[in-house]
Design a binder for this molecule. Structure first.
Ligand SMILES: O=C(O)CCC(=O)C(=O)O
Length: 284
């Protein structure tokens, strides 16, 4: 499994591991998100902004119903502070997640501090991301390996905002990017040339794990369904890889050490790092 994973990842720049996590592994984070939604619904109800808290709607529908009732369908790129929790830490440092990473980068692994929970709303422009390489948005990272672990919290199909990849596109290195008026994200000056047949559209079930590197081209399709495509993602690298003053460096921590193959960082330690950093004031 180790060699096969590595071969595929080296060739493609990404890898999907089916059924890597169980319902029980994911449910504590889903509970944290649901609680954040419930808190916000109660606040909006108490201020008279909404007349229904939609508490009977399922996870994949409730937040969208609340936003629609407020007249605010376009929300934010992702949630950060709202989901900061022990459940999140436990998932980031979950042995099943780190076991997959270990097959790719060895057993000295650092969590880079970068995490998001993404409520990708129906027909939302902000979260419909163009072709990009992550190093385009992470200065001075292109000569190192930075891995994103991406976990769907609902089943993902092309209709509800799947990710697409261009296999092997990492091999040409980081392209030049520029800003286009009206676009939120910088885009490659020369967009990747590929016929549609080369594009890999990833259908994923809840429990599957996707890992991709910082140079592979990928994009996020528009969510054309009427449910929220909830997902979460975290970034990692080999311990000691420079984070070059990246915005999340202050909440980076060791996630696995070779000797014990255990996580040497406790939730309490990570929470203290968070509390002294400016992160909680920076993002939703
Ligand atoms: O979750 C998404 O829709 C986009 C994720 C992505 O492109 C990234 O993490 O670089």
């Amino acid at each position: 499994m180790k060699t096969k994973n590595l071969e595929k990842f080296t060739e493609q720049g990404y890898l999907v591991v089916k059924s890597a996590l169980s319902e029980a592994d994911l449910s504590p984070l889903v509970a944290v998100i649901s609680e954040a939604v419930d808190t916000r619904a109660t606040e909006l109800y108490n201020t008279g902004t909404i007349s229904n808290t939609y508490e009977n709607l399922p996870f994949e529908r409730r937040w969208y119903a609340i936003l629609r009732a407020c007249g605010r369908e376009n929300e934010v790129f992702g949630w950060h502070t709202l989901v900061f929790s022990e459940a999140l830490f436990d998932l980031i440092t979950h042995p099943k997640v780190l076991d997959v990473l270990e097959t790719l980068i060895g057993s000295d692994i650092q969590f880079n501090g970068d995490f998001w929970v993404r409520p990708k709303l129906p027909n939302e422009k902000l979260t419909t991301l163009p072709w990009h390489q992550d190093s385009a948005y992470m200065p001075d990272t292109e000569n190192d390996t930075h891995l994103t672990v991406w976990l769907p919290l609902v089943d993902v199909k092309p209709e509800n905002g799947a990710l697409q990849f261009l296999p092997g596109s990492h091999k040409s290195g980081l392209q030049t990017y520029h800003r286009v008026p009206g676009e939120t994200f910088a885009v490659p000056v020369l967009p990747p040339t590929s016929s549609d047949s080369e594009i890999d559209t990833l259908e994923m079930q809840k429990g599957d794990l996707l890992v991709f590197n910082n140079l592979v081209f990928h994009r996020s399709l528009v969510n054309q369904s009427n449910i929220i495509r909830w997902s979460t993602d975290f970034r990692f690298s080999r311990t000691g890889t420079s984070l070059n003053g990246l915005w999340h460096e202050a909440i980076a921590c060791p996630a696995r050490v070779r000797e014990s193959r255990k996580c040497p960082t406790s939730w309490q330690t990570w929470r203290t790092q968070w509390e002294v950093s400016a992160h909680k004031d920076r993002f939703l």
